[in-house]
Design a protein. Structure first.
Length: 290
């Protein structure tokens, strides 16, 4: 599917997501978009630690870029266009409601030989779990032996600790290049290192409902306000690149408070100058094993 097409989730898909905490959309992005994202990611990866928002891991005397932060501001405009696309924003509205806002945007990279695994964790522990999600655009295939996401289905509805949840039976969510995976921010999940696949690159965007998060005091109003301001400028970026396409109809209740800048990329970069205030993920620290 192209960026210009909406992907409004029907009732059965939303019910599945709410019940299980994850949802896989097979071949949800076009081969052209897949290639554009790969080129952009590889260009940033090649800069290594010269790019401030690249996280670099050293393994066996070799350096590997394992994550890239703030991709909408610090990279190829394709990421701003993706954030402002009917494809992504229609999914966000379907799951969070009209008052959705983007919390963060980043890339996770696993490379054969980096021995990089992600331990069991929850992205955010919140009562408003039905209106939060992370969406990952898979640029490479993944299976249980090669970096696929492992989840505890339904764990986003549990009040058990992450240390208890990680002992439960997991499900591996195998993916193909071009697939999209949505997971609830509260679901317990992890991923192993690569054993045979050369690479696993995933472009992530995180969304929440602004009203639900403010009610629960997950983030301060100033942070939510800042991030909401990204949306109209990202939509303008998409419009400038695709003037022939009907833009996403943004219906946030306070949308009139967020004007669009004539130079949306400059406005986005200005918004990203504010310090990042994302809440830390919830990992298990079981000191009884020491």
């Amino acid at each position: 599917m192209s960026l210009s097409k909406t992907y409004s989730l029907d009732a059965s898909l939303k019910e599945y997501f709410i019940e299980n905490g994850y949802l896989k959309l097979s071949k949800a992005i076009s081969p052209l978009l897949l290639q554009q994202l790969r080129v952009a990611v590889d260009a940033m990866t090649a800069k290594g630690n010269q790019l401030p928002d690249n996280a670099v891991l050293e393994s066996n005397n070799k350096q590997y870029v394992v994550a890239i932060d703030k991709i909408v501001a610090n990279s190829n405009p394709i990421f701003a266009e993706l954030l402002g696309s009917p494809l992504l924003l229609s999914i966000a509205a379907s799951l969070c409601g009209d008052d959705f806002f983007p919390v963060q945007d980043f890339i996770v990279i696993k490379t054969l030989g980096d021995h990089n695994e992600v331990k069991w964790h929850q992205d955010v522990v919140t009562k408003a779990h039905e209106k939060t999600f992370m969406i990952g655009f898979y640029l490479d295939a993944a299976n249980d032996e090669n970096g696929a996401l492992r989840v505890i289905p339904g764990s986003h509805k549990s009040n058990l600790s992450i240390c208890d949840l990680e002992k439960m039976e997991y499900q591996s969510l195998d993916m193909e290049a071009g697939d999209v995976l949505i997971h609830n921010l509260k679901i317990a999940h992890s991923s192993g290192e690569l054993t045979t696949f050369p690479q696993r690159r995933v472009v992530y965007f995180e969304f929440m409902s602004s009203s639900a998060i403010l009610q629960e005091n997950i983030y301060p109003e100033s942070f939510v306000d800042l991030r909401i301001g990204l949306i109209p400028n990202a939509i303008r970026c998409f419009q400038q690149k695709h003037p022939e396409v009907l833009p996403f109809h943004w219906n946030h209740p306070q949308k009139d408070n967020y004007p669009t800048n004539a130079n949306p990329i400059a406005a986005i970069n200005e918004l990203y100058k504010e310090p990042k205030k994302v809440r830390a993920a919830n990992y298990c620290f079981d000191f009884t094993t020491f």
